[in-house]
Design a protein around this ligand. Sequence first.
Ligand SMILES: C[S@@+](CC[C@H](N)C(=O)[O-])C[C@H]1O[C@@H](n2cnc3c(N)ncnc32)[C@H](O)[C@@H]1O
Length: 459
Amino acid sequence: MNKNLRLLVMAVRLSFRLLSQHRLVTVDINSETFCRHAVAAVTLYRDRIETRAFSSASVKCKENGWGEADPTGPIRRRRSLSPVERISSLMPPHALSPEVQQLIEHRESYQDEESSTEEESRRKEMTLSEEGPPCPTLPGEKLLTYGELLIAERQKKRAQFKKLFRLQAGASLQSSWGTIPHENIAGQPSAQFVKTSLGVPIFIKRASLEDYVLHMKRGPAITYPKDASIMLMMMDINEGDCVLESGSGSGAMSLFLSRSVGSRGSVLSVEVREDHYRRAVQNFKHWRGSWGQRRGEEWPDNVCFHQADLSTASTLLSGRGFHAVALDLVNPQKVLTMVVPHMHPGAVCAVYLANITQVVDMLDGIRCLALPLQCERIVEVPTRVWLVTPARQKDGQYLSRVGSVLEQEASQEDKLSTDESDGEQQLQSPGFGRIPYIARPHPEQMSHTAFLVKLRKYV
Ligand SMILES: C[S@@+](CC[C@H](N)C(=O)[O-])C[C@H]1O[C@@H](n2cnc3c(N)ncnc32)[C@H](O)[C@@H]1O
């Protein structure tokens, strides 16, 4: 044992003596075993310093040839305390021997160095993995910023309250449960509960395209998202396609088409009414603006809105060819004669019609006009919303299963955990399988929206 180690063992012994005086430990400090452990502790401490020096070197080795840290390199964890450190941290500083104090100072200066390098590498990791877990947002998205479109949501019993709003500096979200200043939301991650002035938690999240079209200002009725997605499938829209749409209405379908064709594609959207044309343009602009804030990249400006009657829009369509056509207007048979020559062979025209009699009229029109269109499918898209929720009593307490084996086990365990004084939480939120659930179709269902007709142009 060299001189330093001997000194250290003495220091540890002294520390133990003081601890035992303070009745913190009971140990025979003269025993052989204790001495062996103290020496081992000191050796371990010395070795740790060497190992750490080695592991910093190995981190360096992980750097690639360009001097950049390899993000797949080892993540350094907080070092666990050695026995000497643990004991000395229990002691009041004035009770430590000068040798131990010296050791601690040495360790602290080492740790300062180490923590500043750790801090630096953590910062580096954050910058390197901007798309990874350190940022509590979806990859590619930022924290909530002013100008974004958000949804405020509160579920109360069977009713769901939803509100679309734009995050603005100096504004407040008003509700019957109290207000939330927008500044409490800006800079926060999406999808979290924020408390109102009355302490009621409201769920705040970014508006999806579906949320947006369902809650944006409307002119005429929109193509519902459930139908829009089937129409996109019917038309087999791909990125880069060129699509014709009519009428623009409130611009819901225009947005879904815009997303599907992407920046390399284009949508020509034709609307006869000026007020509807303006509404569609406005809704498209709002969504694009919000998207720019959210992603830091532009939503493609790929929809060209035109105010015209499609049945007489020969100049507008002249020289154009379309991969697909989406129609949502009354009497589609009246515009089909104009549209069909501009469809590429094999292209699909998806038609959205509210009544089955309109479908019959359209098919009869196609037959009489001898248009080269084949009706491949007529579908309705039903969706059934279900309610699956833990059963509660009127006072908000959970019900419990009666008479089952699980119930007996549960009450046994509840009793045990109450005895262990963590019972309150257990009783408030019973564990897996202990409570019955309500599972049935939601009493409020979306009624019929439309019939979707798939017409393919044949050669
Ligand atoms: C139900 S809305 C379309 C809604 C739209 N799909 C959406 O998702 O917001 C029907 C629109 O077709 C327009 N329209 C009707 N006949 C038209 C025609 N011949 N040419 C162009 N637009 C027409 C109407 O003015 C109306 O705005």
